[in-house]
Design a protein around this ligand. Sequence first.
Ligand code: NAD
Length: 259
Amino acid sequence: MNSDKSIDLYRLFTSHICESKFTVVLTGAGMSTESGIPDFRSPNGVWATNRQVYFDEFVSDREARYEYWRQKSVAHREFASSVPNIGHRIIAKWQQDGLISRVITQNIDGLHQQAGCEDVIEIHGTARRVACLSCDWSEDAEIMVHRFLADDKCPKCDECGGITKHATISFGQQLNEAVMQDTIDTLRKAELVIAMGTSLVVEPAASIPWINNNPNRTVVIVNRDETGKDHLADMVINGELGATLTELDKEVERALKAD
Ligand code: NAD
């Protein structure tokens, strides 16, 4: 049963999303926990069981590189079998209905695209591909993880023999300039930004909702726990994403039908 307070919040959210001419959704790891992919900072998150391998270590140290591939091959099993959850599907539907202009994700799992979202900005890259650090060669991650597991050795580039790594941004690695420029340009147009399933503590992603800010922009946070930026948001809705987006979608559907 929804309380009066949550119904008021859902209605306010609905009026924001229906009135905005350019809405950007920013998602984080919490978007995919209901697809069985752990986030980083929850008690059972990735950092509870794994050490972080920084980019410079990965490049310079063979053992760190092996540890990275070991972790990635375990994570790959979760990724490969995971499917979009109801939250991914509602976001894709809202985009198809013209309520969302662009999705920017910190996630590397490709689940927004699998749900039907188009033109997604992946600011931390994708774990669906493995790329060479020295040349332009890249390959499907599935093939490369199998190669690592079969040989028990970090796979080399087929073209130049260089070091290969998932096409994601590791800790200590520079973000892709073109992708960040696309993000900045997209935010220039944003009237409404909805941040979902992100703790908003990893910079620069945590500040994305306020890039190129203007006095008319509304920022909404939808997340299970408190985030690092709740105090800056115009509206915060706390809850599990699947259940919360389902309720919000019912309210949005009602408003669209009444129009
Ligand atoms: P985070 O782990 O710091 O925070 C996740 C947030 O999501 C938490 O605040 C938690 O309260 C919330 N959350 C978890 N499950 C939820 C649910 N079902 N409903 C509502 N809220 C829920 O994640 P972050 O802010 O995205 O930053 C961590 C980095 O981790 C990102 O850069 C991302 O690239 C990377 N990452 C990605 C994946 C993935 O691709 N699925 C998984 C783990 C980490």
